[in-house]
Every structure is written in structure tokens, then in C-alpha cells.
Design a protein around this ligand. Structure first.
Ligand code: PEP
Ligand code: MG
Length: 602
């Protein structure tokens, strides 16, 4: 085989890893089954393991039905937690079919006919939990397979996946391990990875991954960052030459992938890995310190969350609060709208877990690309410009009222704030605010405890809102800039479309103008501005945002340590000057170059 070769891909998740390649698409490695045939099922299916009988015998014998039922319950709870975690990551920015697959699997576990049937076999017939799971799963799968509707037939694979997960949990194995054929550390090499596959990657075995296709804004790229797995995508044809067992170096920052590196290269990268580890250790150490610049300017760092479970993680990561609670997930794992009590329970839980720290709850941001099967929303030619978020809330007022009541009631348990997404004009904001005020007044009349004052604000993610920031600032309590959407609407670049990904850039001068405008307007009226889009979690943007005077930064919990660390080295006066210079530049490249120059001096 030829010597060292370098493949230039797109680095999407930073980190250097050295290891052996494991090709996902090699028939031998995949248990002789085709990738397509298996892609509908969980990653475990890849190994061909799914059809083998699971090892049993761990059940206590003679069977103590009560103990067995407890085991079963634990397995169900564990599986539910895993699927929730999986769905939550899959739905991060997606809300598409792939997330819906996982969400659908989760809903089987609370289906009134499914789990109770398993428990009944254990309780009344003295069967082992494993036997009962297998029998009921097959019964359900058989029913689905017999249906004429193709969608329903596909549910058979889903329920088998759920069954497999339950059996894994009963065996004490981690079904999240995914890619069951992979039982030692390796660098995964694949044509592509779907988001739902990506969220299942087990960090114990997957050192990094490299895919032939994919772009910077692909869902897989986003998920790899949130999982903390270094990744290179879009490596192209040269990746075909990589074989299972080849030594690989992956640099997720530069996008370089070195195949069969020589000794000198390996040593060089080993040294870089050590330096990187030191840096990460330092970040971990600083994560619980307050976020402030070297000259003492304090800023708030929030976490973006989608589920209650993430709130605990947020506090652990050093967040001062929750800057964005995306409530969509609560609505997605169901076959109907969650009622007020259900919503209240979730919001209250987050407020309680945050122990008085601020929690910004965003009202439902559904529609567009984020489907809710039970809503029956019409297909649209331009979903991002269509019926979504607050537009649906104001159209189907009762839903928004229910959610606002639940949020208001949670305010009795912490510092809860309400935020409306996709606001394009003042009338929308005023209508939404009026609904909130009305529900608040009703709750008070009903004698339900609510906070004395609840801050209300808007997301600035449509350019019109940014342009009118001065007028909004008179009425709202705060802004939170959603750069993920603001960039796509300002630059007319679909955030999901890889073809136009190079144009998607929050350092575009037009975007910077809008950001500055919003922050200035809020300050002129004694209000505050946060940012909950991806830009807030980018350390390169930190000096610029500090210079603009951003008050609150909200990001994925994983980004908090590095942003705090970056902030700790900055001088707010110098950053103000930097920001003033940056807004005069003409192109995103020039802004980046200026920021890099600045970073290299700090
Ligand atoms: C945004 O648009 O920046 C944002 C935070 O909202 P989402 O990513 O949920 O659309
Ligand atoms: Mg948005």
C-alpha cells in the first residue's frame, strides 16, 4: 500500500484523534447486510445481531414475579431515557423525519397497549421479562407487518428496535452503544451517517468519524459537535481508498485526515493531542467560575436546552441559567398536544432544577421544517417562510394560551421568562404579549401562584425585527438574537442546504450591523440583549460580541467552558475597538481575518 496520504475534508467537530479505521460500509464489517436494508432500523441492526436471539438467563430463577416486574420497569425507564436523549439530540435543529423516528419509538413505551401487555405476562404468567418483551414485540410487529399502509408496516422495524433496546437494558447493556459490530476504539469511516445514527455513536468506541459526503451545516455535523466527537465530512472520493485497519489521523478542526501516516507525522500529532488535552483540562477547571473578561466585565452565560434532563447538565457545565428552552420537544414526543398540567410539570421542573437562576422559555417554534404529525400542517413550498412558530400560535390562539398559562405557573418556582419566536413586527409581539397578560390575570383571579413580575421578550431572528429594534425596545424586557435563523433570512441562505453552506456566515457585515443595532437599541432603553444562536458558542466571535456589549450568551452546554475561557483572556475596551473596526469591514472573510489576528495577539 502507498505511504502517507492527506485527504482534505471539511472539519466540523474539533479534536485530534489517531486510530484504526473501521469502515461502516464494508459488507464484511457490516455482517453481510446492505446498509440500505438496515438503515431503517437502529444502528445495532448493522451487526446483523438483531435476528439472533438475545442472551437470556439473567432473570432470577425461580422467578419472583414482583422482582421481575421491577427489572422490567427499570429497563423501560432506562430505554425511555435513552430514547429521549437520542431524540433530543436528533431533533436539535432538525425536527425532521429522523427525529420523528426516535420520538415514535419513545412513544411505544408509553403506549397503553404495549408495555402493560408485557408487564401482564410477567405478573400473571410468571414469564421472564426477556420472554415477555420478545413475545409482545413480535405480536405487535406481526400486526404492523400485516397492514396495507406502508408507513404502518415500517413501524414493525421500529417496534423491534424498541424491543432490542429493552432487551439490552435488561442485560445491563447500553443500547446507545450502537454500531454493535464495533467493540474496540476506532475511527469510523462511512459514506454518510444519518443524524439518528450519529446520536447513537458510542464515544467509548468511536474516536472520530470521517464521511465521504456531507457539509458543514449538515445535521450530522451539528450532532457530532454536540456529542463531542471529532469529525470530518465531505472527504470525497479519496476516502474510498481507506480500508478497515488502516491507521488514520483525524483533525476535526482543519478537516485533514491523514491515511497511513508515517512515524514522524504520528509523533507530531501525538504532541498536538497532548496540548489539546491540556487546553480542555484547563477549560473544565474554569467552567464553574463566573464568566468575565480579564478587566472584570461580567456577562451571563446561559445554556440552550430542549428537555428537562438537560437542565441538570446545564448547571453542571457552568451555566448561569437557561438562555433558551426550546419547548418543541415536549410537543414532539406525543400523539397530541400536551395539556397545561403536562407542560407546567416540565417547565416547573426546569425552574426548580435551576434553583433561582433565569430560565427563558420559548413558546412553541414548530412548523417549517419541524413537523408535528398530529397537527396536520399543510405542505408548503417555502416552509421557512411559511406557517411556523408564533404565526401558528397566534392563529391557533388556544394552544398558545395553554402554553402561556403553564409557563406563568412555573414562574412561581424560579426566575422564569417568556420568549416569543419568529417575531417579524410589533403587532405580533403585542398580540402575543396581550394573550400572556390575559392568562396571567386569569391565573391570579383563580388564586394560582405566579411570580410578581415575569419578564417577556422576543427572539430577533427576522431582519425586520432587528431593523425595528428601537421600537421593540420600548416595549419588551429583553431581546435574544437567534443567529441561526437571522443569518438565513438576512442572507437568503437556507440553513439546511449544503450547496449554499459557504454563504451561510454570521460574520457577514450585514448580520453584524443587525446585531449591533439590536444591542444598542436595548441598551438605549435600559433593556438587555442575549444571543441564543450558534454564534454565541463560537469563541472566535467572543471578542466581537463582548465589544458590541452583548449581555447574555446562550449556547449548547458543551461550548460553555471554551467560551468562558476565551472571555477570561479578553479586555473589554480593546474588544470595543475591535468591534468598531469589524463593522467597517466589507466581507465575512475580512472580519474573520481581523478576529483571527486579534485572537493570535491575545
Ligand atoms: C436561532 O434561530 O438562532 C435559534 C436559536 O432558534 P432555532 O435554532 O431553534 O431555530
Ligand atoms: Mg430560530
Amino acid at each position: 500500500m502507498a505511504g502517507e496520504t492527506i485527504i482534505a475534508g471539511i472539519g466540523v467537530s474539533e479534536g485530534i484523534r489517531i486510530g484504526r479505521a473501521y469502515r461502516l460500509d464494508e459488507p464484511a464489517a457490516a455482517g453481510g447486510t446492505s446498509r440500505e436494508a438496515e438503515s431503517a432500523s437502529s444502528a445495532a441492526g448493522r451487526s446483523g445481531k438483531q435476528s439472533q436471539p438475545a442472551a437470556v438467563g439473567e432473570a432470577p430463577s425461580p422467578l419472583d414475579a414482583a422482582a421481575e416486574e421491577r427489572r422490567l420497569e427499570q429497563a423501560r425507564d432506562r430505554s425511555a431515557e435513552q430514547l429521549e436523549a437520542l431524540a433530543e439530540q436528533a431533533r436539535e435543529r432538525l425536527g425532521d423525519d429522523k427525529a420523528a423516528i426516535v420520538v415514535g419509538q419513545r412513544s411505544f413505551l408509553s403506549d397503553p397497549a404495549f408495555y402493560p401487555a408485557i408487564a401482564k405476562l410477567v405478573r400473571e404468567e410468571g414469564r421472564s421479562a426477556e420472554e415477555a418483551v420478545r413475545e409482545v414485540v413480535e405480536r405487535f410487529a406481526g400486526k404492523f407487518e400485516a397492514m396495507s399502509n406502508a408507513y404502518m408496516r415500517e413501524r414493525a422495524a421500529d417496534i423491534r428496535d424498541v424491543g432490542k433496546r429493552l432487551l439490552d437494558a435488561l442485560r445491563g447493556e447500553d443500547a446507545q452503544a450502537g454500531l454493535a459490530g464495533l467493540r474496540e476504539e476506532a475511527i469510523l469511516v462511512a459514506e454518510d451517517l444519518s443524524p439518528s445514527e450519529t446520536v447513537q455513536l458510542d464515544k467509548r468506541y468511536v474516536l472520530a468519524f470521517v464521511t465521504r459526503t456531507g457539509g458543514k451545516t449538515s445535521h450530522t455535523a451539528i450532532l457530532s459537535r454536540s456529542l463531542g466527537i471529532p469529525a470530518v465530512v465531505g472527504a470525497g472520493d479519496p476516502l474510498d481508498a481507506v480500508r478497515t485497519g488502516d491507521t488514520l489521523i483525524v483533525d476535526g478542526a482543519s478537516g485533514h485526515c491523514i491515511v497511513r501516516p508515517d512515524e514522524t507525522t504520528i509523533r507530531e500529532y501525538e504532541a498536538r493531542m497532548v496540548a489539546e488535552r491540556d487546553r480542555l483540562a484547563a477549560e473544565r477547571e474554569t467552567r464553574l467560575r463566573p464568566a468575565q473578561s480579564a478587566d472584570g466585565r461580567r456577562v451571563e452565560i446561559g445554556a440552550n436546552i430542549g428537555t428537562v434532563a438537560e437542565a441538570a447538565n446545564a448547571a453542571d457545565s457552568g451555566a448561569d441559567g437557561i438562555g433558551l428552552y426550546r419547548t418543541e420537544f415536549l410537543f414532539m414526543g406525543k400523539d397530541r398536544l400536551p395539556d397545561e398540567e403536562e407542560q407546567y410539570a416540565a417547565y416547573r421542573e426546569v425552574a426548580v432544577r435551576m434553583e433561582g437562576r433565569p430560565v427563558v422559555i420559548r413558546t412553541l417554534d414548530i412548523g417549517g421544517d419541524k413537523a408535528l404529525p398530529y397537527l396536520d400542517l399543510p405542505k408548503e413550498a417555502n416552509p421557512f417562510l411559511g406557517y411556523r412558530a408564533i404565526r401558528i400560535g397566534l392563529d391557533r390562539e388556544e394552544w398558545l394560551r395553554t402554553q402561556l398559562r403553564a409557563i406563568a405557573r412555573a414562574s412561581a418556582h424560579g426566575d422564569v421568562k417568556v420568549m416569543f419566536p419568529m417575531i417579524s413586527g410589533l403587532d405580533e409581539w403585542r398580540r402575543a404579549k396581550r394573550l400572556f397578560d390575559e392568562e396571567l390575570a386569569k391565573l391570579r383571579l383563580e388564586g394560582k401562584p405566579v411570580a410578581e413580575r415575569i419578564e417577556t421578550g422576543i427572539m430577533v431572528e427576522i431582519p425586520s425585527a432587528a431593523l425595528l429594534a428601537d421600537r421593540f425596545a420600548r416595549e419588551v424586557d429583553f431581546f435574544s438574537i437567534g443567529t441561526n435563523d437571522l443569518v438565513q433570512y438576512t442572507l437568503a441562505v437556507d440553513r439546511m442546504n449544503e450547496k449554499v453552506a459557504p454563504l451561510y456566515d454570521y460574520f457577514h457585515p450585514a448580520v453584524l450591523e443587525l446585531i449591533k443595532r439590536v444591542i444598542d437599541a436595548s441598551h438605549a432603553h435600559g433593556k438587555w440583549t442575549g444571543m441564543c444562536g450558534g454564534m454565541a458558542g463560537d469563541p472566535l466571535a467572543a471578542p466581537l460580541l463582548l465589544g458590541f456589549g452583548l449581555d447574555e450568551w446562550s449556547m449548547d452546554a458543551g461550548s460553555i467552558p471554551k467560551v468562558k475561557r476565551e472571555l477570561a483572556g479578553l479586555d473589554s475596551g480593546a474588544c470595543r475597538e475591535l468591534a468598531e473596526r469589524a463593522v467597517t469591514l466589507d466581507t465575512p472573510e475580512a472580519v474573520r481575518a481581523e478576529l483571527k489576528r486579534y485572537a493570535s495577539k491575545v
